[in-house]
Ligand binder design. Sequence first.
Ligand SMILES: *Cc1c(COP(=O)(O)O)cnc(C)c1O
Length: 404
Amino acid sequence: MSAASSPLEQTKLPDATGRFGQYGGIYVPETLMTALEELTKAYELARDDAGFQKELRHHLKEFAGRPTELYFAERLTEHCGGAKIYFKREDLLHTGAHKINNAIGQALLAKRMGKKRIIAETGAGQHGVATAAVCAKFGFDCTIYMGAVDMERQSLNVFRMRLMGAKVVGVDAGQKTLKDAVNEAMRDWVTNVRDTHYILGTAYGAHPYPMMVRDFHRVIGQEARAQILAREGRLPDELVACVGGGSNAIGLFFEFLSEPNIKMTGVEAGGRGIARGEHAARFAGGRLGVLQGCKTYVLQDDDGQIEPTHSVSAGLDYAAVGPEHAFYRENGRIDFAYATDEEVLETFKLCSRLEGIIPALESTHAIVHGLKRAKALSKDKIVLVNLSGRGDKDVQQVQKMISA
Ligand SMILES: *Cc1c(COP(=O)(O)O)cnc(C)c1O
């Protein structure tokens, strides 16, 4: 085993240039280099400062609602007839998903850096809502960029953001969705970098974002580890999480990377199946490329044009995946699978009926795979699924697609 692939070495990544093996790095216009360097320095100081960590813990508890429970999904376990299924309940957090962990962390960092204004991109609106909430709480001026098509599809989230005082700016370029909103946020940042911090919403983009966002979500795995040890007296056999950019997954997995006997699986959006434009499973249909700040797996055509994507869940619907996941996939530490829209809708109903928990469509991708694994494993095994968010935001959309 080479040094870079030994589990303990892995947890020291990225290297000083922001790389995870050949993935990651910094691919941005010259005008953003100074801002990213300033951010990296400020983040590393904050990370190692006990005062910052104490303040972070305080707000995670009081504002976000941490720690979240570890929940034994008893009836789903019975239904599958195999391994015990546990859920890490990130769906119970304020604003409905794990995203608030990172939004609080970056807002505190922005405060420390003396920034007055915060910008963010959002697709489905979940990250926009989390960002608007922390901006209201900490008194930042807030602008959220959102594709015009997404604004139409997620009008309730646009209203939520505006209620909390955010300015929501519609983006009319390109496909008018998430990728175009990211471009517009970058443009704003280049222009206003002196007083503005950009809260990127997932473990993606140029260094230090993939590292920093991961670190703000590590609390998920730290809690889960202590909770399963208290409950079962041992660590789980398998971990499962859905992967959009990859933040909830790496937040859970990171704490367990150096446990060689724990299998970890990231679940991508299989959409209507693995054919061009029908899915967002980057590891099933993508290849190495550069998109919006880093080198990673990207869905692209032969000319390097970004392919359109599809998923029933807006939060997994992006053409590229976080660089750290590409690295762990390459060296075999994390496996990847996908769930189709059809499987997700079926399991969305099943989980609601058997557990009284309506999961986010994104998280349901992880449940689909978790149930498959539980069926394949014996009753003395444990599968821990990250329930990244709640499904309240999805019920109207699902109502149009199925009958209860
Ligand atoms: C945004 C979102 C995701 C996908 O983002 P990651 O960065 O991959 O975690 C997953 N689940 C929920 C509930 C989300 O809101």
